[in-house]
Ligand binder design. Structure first.
Ligand code: GLN
Ligand code: ZN
Length: 768
């Protein structure tokens, strides 16, 4: 039996890569400094994996920005617009690389970056490869060889990792019509052959090819592509042991396909697909080894050794020990680096911390599992190793920190009627209109206003203890006052308080709820140098006291216009946190929903007339397999409804979603029954509205009329045109006028100008 790892976080345990990349972009450090940092991080990662006793250690899992971008560069897939960087020799790396990642607006050039999209159902984003009909590939960037040699020099038993050819094609986008990206396989395979053979020449005996698309729904041409690719590589690269890595889901109906591919070892995810082992054991051919992904690469809980050993022993019995590998379920990229860096008892109590495990600790778990599976280990030693883990699992399972009987009783007593508003939308609408007296095409914003340097400064000063809580509150009051005055001056109809008191739309709520813990260094890469630090949901969730009422009431006291209450929805809070693995996600979602429900109730009691419950993450929670969608959508919609249905008919409930493709989930969006939904539509020129039109979406809708992702100020005419376009598609009495999303990342100057134009556009149309 052997252990291996699929990939290690590359940001550095203290986000060294992030800091160095940003400093490099800002011209504060040299290229050499940056490369040195990269080298150090790689070396550190390799060493700690070696020390943890991992037998085969991944190389080429490091990246300065994104591993899919690295693959594109390696394969010479450089879109034509980046030609200036290719031609000018000295500009090639890293100017070309970072231009592809971030775009380039300098020296009279304006080159857009590659598009970015979510990596399966994780919170990681990759840069989408672009394909053309006559696409050519070549082994252009040979970093993968250098990195392998670098590791070997350090005495590391290295296993190069590559994004597999079929998944690489599937992850990209055709930039011309009339061809299918899969048809490029023939052009791509010879390059993979060259890479694999070069790696072998350099001394690699095992090479990991990641094909996560094997866990998705596949059509026949794609299945055929897998067969073609792997039989080609097996013929053309004799003597190379390919480890085919699948993860994020079970193979399910693609299992026969995976088993038919001529590879040395198949890696399966036994955390997400924990029920697939029997089928795999029944179908795996005799020549193939099996890598068991038993250590959760996507969450932060300690491994349950007894559970893992049951799977490992079963597999070992069926296939024989020498065919078994032990590994994390997927790359550890999606985990924070090192739990030992956590020391703040107030945000992460030691009692919770002891149940957790980050990337570094997970490697150790894989290693211990190997030891525990060894027939040479005598029973006594085994018991000692197991006892500690069992004790911890038991302590967690029975801890009063986790189990709150009141919360459990409350979720159990939820009735069907708790999910439904008292009146139907049409009746609510009439009632709300008579109370709110808003004009046609009401104008509003999505919630946050610019988080300026000043806003961030007071927060960081409070954190460092440089100012008192009162100083902080006073400062936030001032920011809120300014925001209210500005909105009144602009002439918006429904105001917001600006969210200046919030660091983050999930963390802010998590910090005030029971059942949440927070890390100091638990960063996970989101894209490029951007990292997120998800809260940890460890126990039953409840709300000890009102969370937002004070600030909304304060903002409301400053104006006669209605101010929206502003909450984050249960699905988004769940989706952007590390969740407990001892109960279904749906159960946790219901607990959060009840906590938000309490807040909706309190807001309404305090006189708030409009409450927005943001659910930007609802779509990204969709399972990878279509067959699992209905179940998810059912509880996700229920969680939202449970959180808002306590509102009286007179209270107007808004929701907001961004980056959404609505076509295939519009029925569920409608089932949420929010009085108003605001969505992102400006970049697609209202195309995203299609779903709402075809469906004849009955409730009110605010299609974003300006793109908040860019500093550009759209003109009155531009927004008026977009609105008129929307009016042709959706009855005007259903329409609201708003930007695409929150304005947190913008500056005040642009914001004011753009909102003035937006209000003017609405006024022009009202007049006409
Ligand atoms: N209310 C939030 C804001 O304006 C919504 C953010 C989001 O949709 N991601 O910032
Ligand atoms: Zn948004």
């Amino acid at each position: 039996m052997r252990t291996h790892n699929l990939g290690y976080p590359r940001i550095g345990s203290r986000r060294e890569l992030k800091k160095n990349c940003e400093n490099y972009w800002a011209g504060k450090i040299t290229l050499d400094d940056l490369l040195q940092t990269g080298k150090q991080i790689r070396l550190e990662n390799w060493k700690l994996q070696q020390e943890a006793g991992i037998d085969l250690i991944p190389t080429n899992d490091f990246s300065y920005y994104d591993h899919v971008l690295d693959t594109s560069v390696m394969l010479g897939n450089i879109p034509l617009r980046f030609l200036p960087f290719v031609q000018e020799k000295k500009k090639s790396f890293p100017s070309l690389y970072f231009a592809m990642a971030r775009g380039y607006q300098k020296d009279g050039m304006d080159i857009t970056a590659l598009e970015m999209t979510k990596w399966f159902d994780t919170n990681y984003h990759y840069l989408v490869p672009e394909f053309h009909r006559k696409q050519e590939f070549g082994f252009v960037c040979t970093n993968i060889i250098d990195e392998f040699l670098e590791a070997r020099q350090q005495g590391i038993n290295a296993k190069p990792v590559l994004f597999g050819p079929v998944s690489y094609l599937l992850s990209g986008k055709e930039k011309e019509s009339g061809f299918n990206k899969i048809s490029l396989l023939g052009a791509l395979l010879p390059v993979y052959k060259e890479i694999l053979n070069s790696l072998q020449k350099a001394g690699a005996s095992y090479i990991q090819l990641d094909e996560p698309f094997l866990t998705l729904d596949l059509d026949e041409p794609v299945k055929q592509a897998f067969r073609e690719a792997y039989s080609y590589l097996s013929n053309e690269c004799p003597g190379i042991n390919v480890l085919l890595a699948t993860y994020f889901e079970a193979l399910n109906n693609n299992l026969p396909l995976a088993c038919s591919l001529p590879v040395h070892t198949l890696h399966i995810d036994l955390v997400r697909g924990n029920r697939q082992l029997d089928d795999v054991l029944a179908q795996i051919p005799e020549h193939m080894s099996l890598s068991l992904g038993v250590v959760d690469g996507r969450n932060i809980w300690k491994n349950n050794y007894d559970d893992s050993l049951r799977l490992i022993n079963k597999a070992a019995q069926a296939l024989g020990e020498e065919r078994i590998w032990i590994a994390p379920s997927c790359s550890l990229l999606h985990c924070p680096c090192d739990l030992e860096l956590e020391s703040d008892e107030t945000t992460l109590p030691g009692k919770v911390k002891q149940w957790m495990s980050f990337a570094k600790q997970k490697l150790n778990e894989a290693s211990v599992l190997k030891t525990l599976s060894s027939p040479q280990l005598d029973e006594k030693e085994k018991e000692i190793l197991l006892a500690e883990n069992r004790e911890m699992i038991w302590v967690r399972a029975t801890s009063s920190l986790i189990h709150d009987p009141k919360v459990q009783a409350r979720t159990a007593s939820v009735q069907d009627r708790d999910f439904e508003r008292e009146l139907l939308f049409a009746e609510r609408k009439t009632l709300q209109a008579s109370l709110l007296k808003l004009p046609m095409l009401s104008t509003t914003t999505i919630g946050s206003f610019p988080q300026t340097k000043e806003v961030r400064e007071v927060r960081s000063k409070l954190k460092k203890g440089l100012i008192t809580q009162k100083d902080y509150t006073d400062a936030i009051k001032t920011f809120t006052e300014e925001a209210i005055h500005i909105q009144e001056e602009i002439g918006l109809d429904v105001l917001v308080h600006g969210e200046f008191e919030r660091n983050d739309m999930v963390e802010y709520f998590g910090e005030q709820l029971n059942g949440f813990a927070f890390t100091q260094n638990g960063w996970v890469q989101s894209y490029g140098s951007r990292c997120v630090k998800p809260p940890v949901i460890y126990g039953d969730i409840s709300r000890p006291e009102a969370m937002t009422v004070h600030w909304i009431n304060y903002a409301q006291s400053l104006t006669n216009k209605p101010v929206k209450g502003m909450l984050t929805g249960p699905v988004t809070i769940l989706q952007w946190s590390f969740v407990r693995n001892d109960q279904p996600r749906s159960e946790t979602a219901m607990q959060i929903a009840l906590a938000i429900r309490d807040e909706v109730f309190d807001l309404e009691q305090s006189g708030v007339q409009i409450i927005q419950v943001d659910e930007p993450a609802i779509r990204e929670g969709l399972p990878l397999r279509k067959t699992d969608w209905a179940e998810y959508l059912d509880w996700a919609v229920k969680a939202f409804k449970l959180s808002v249905a306590v509102a009286q008919p007179k209270t107007q409930i808004h929701t907001h979603m961004c980056y959404s493709e609505f076509n295939d989930i519009i029925t569920s969006i409608a089932a949420m029954d929010a009085d108003v939904i605001t969505i992102e539509t400006s970049r697609s020129q209202m195309e995203l509205l299609d779903a709402f039109i075809t469906y004849k979406y009955p409730n009110d809708i605010g299609p974003g009329v300006y793109d908040i992702h860019s500093p550009r100020v759209p003109s009155v005419t531009e927004m008026e045109n977009l609105l008129r376009k929307a009016m042709k598609l959706i009855p005007v009495r259903q329409l609201w006028v708003n930007p695409d999303c929150g304005l947190k990342t913008r500056s005040w100057d642009e914001t004011i100008q753009a909102l003035k134009n937006m209000v003017q556009a609405a006024k022009n149309i009202r007049k006409s």
